[in-house]
Design a protein around this ligand. Sequence first.
Ligand code: HMG
Length: 465
Amino acid sequence: MATNWPENVGIRAIEVLFPSQYVDQTELEQFDGASAGKYTIGLGQAKMGFCSDREDVNSLCLTVVSRLLERHHIKHTEIGRLEVGTETIVDKSKSVKSVLMQLFADSGNTDIEGIDTTNACYGGTAALFNAINWIESSSWDGRYALAVCADIAVYAKGAARPTGGAGAVAMLVGPNAPLVFERGLRATHMEHAYDFYKPDLSSEYPTVDGKLSIQCYLSALDTCYRLYRQKFEKQQAKTQSGKVGLDNFDAILFHTPFCKLVQKSVGRLSFNDFLLTSEGKRAEQFAGLERFNNATLEGTYFDRDVEKAFLTQSADVFEAKTKKTLLLANQVGNMYTPSVYSGLVSLLIGVPAADLVGKRIGVFSYGSGLAASMYSISVTQDAAAFEKFVAQLDYVLPLLNSREKVAPEQFSELMEVREKNNHAAPYTPTGSVGVLFPGTYYLKDVDSLHRRTYERTPTISNGVH
Ligand code: HMG
């Protein structure tokens, strides 16, 4: 039993997984009859990862957890809590976590707390907070926690389809971490909204009000940011760090349904900074923007003038602090719960480790319905430890570049197969196994009682896939 308050609790290891196949968004624009540039420039998406009927949320989680434990040589007995955040429900009352317990069976470790958490894309953050809270609580028994997020984001044919994606992220949580969750700096906003939800339990597709969903996202961002600023300023009064607003962050990650919304979100934060700056100081800090002195948050979600002005105002901040976080979102699409954590991976592989040492990363997590939090992570000052931590992600880019491109026609056919057989039983999937990455769990079959069996593609001998 641990007796001391654990120090520097946070992420000790992180593993990301994305599908081995993708569709090109330029080709998808043509196939869908959308105007050229709508998906690529308008939404900011280049490629969209997708899964055939061979993969489901259980298989994604089995793969990402196995890979994390193997890559970091973590024994199954060293895990004391395992949380799953997902909105891709398969067995309704039976959790994905319980499926993952198969991985722990040989070790005899059944003493693992935690279960699934669901609220659209926010479930992963809730899982991560639960993991952090456990380590920082009197219930902690000294072992690691694992927070796992995974989803398959698919939409019916139409405007929302190009904002799909799929993937998984697993995070090993413990004390003395290279990425530390800053205590007292969490700001949350939760509210009832029907912006995106899944009322048809027989379908993988959500009911979505696209425009409302964007408004909900932006208003949750406003509220979380203001609350975060208040909490930060209260702490800062003690530490005298002297930075407020966007200057306080060295990098900023967002839940990313599509990349363009994130670019607009940076502008939105800058607009908040503007409104929170006294009129006297605005002329100096926001020269040329005085015409927005009387603008309000509520009146400007879709105000083109405000949007454009603050996109321009924040362009340097976006370039320096957020652009690099969008690599996986741009190349894979919306992963739902893992989305914001794929942003963290993109940052870690996109910026030299030395440039992040000792820095503060702001995180905005959003899930429709709605639940949102903004919090911050501080990067360890230990440069050698941080470099070692980041080096574990060397596999990401080669894996991303080894994916197979699939024509939109074939993608559409594979979506129809998923759609038709979503709850079929008995069922044997028809998707190719050969196309999956090494070490991938896949659905072998579903029996007449809907019980799912999984197998794994061969792993590479050193256990690093
Ligand atoms: P839409 O309404 O058909 O698209 O679907 P649009 O007409 O608004 O066009 C999109 C952008 O492309 C616009 O840019 C157009 O001008 C531009 P904007 O004006 O907004 O800056 N455009 C072009 N640009 C260049 N060349 C062209 C061209 N044509 C148009 N030729 C929508 C867009 C996002 C609504 C749809 O895809 C959708 O419903 N997606 C799903 C919902 C979603 O992603 N919402 C985001 C916020 S909610 C959230 O993040 C939660 C979520 O992740 C779920 C969860 O929590 O689990 C979704």
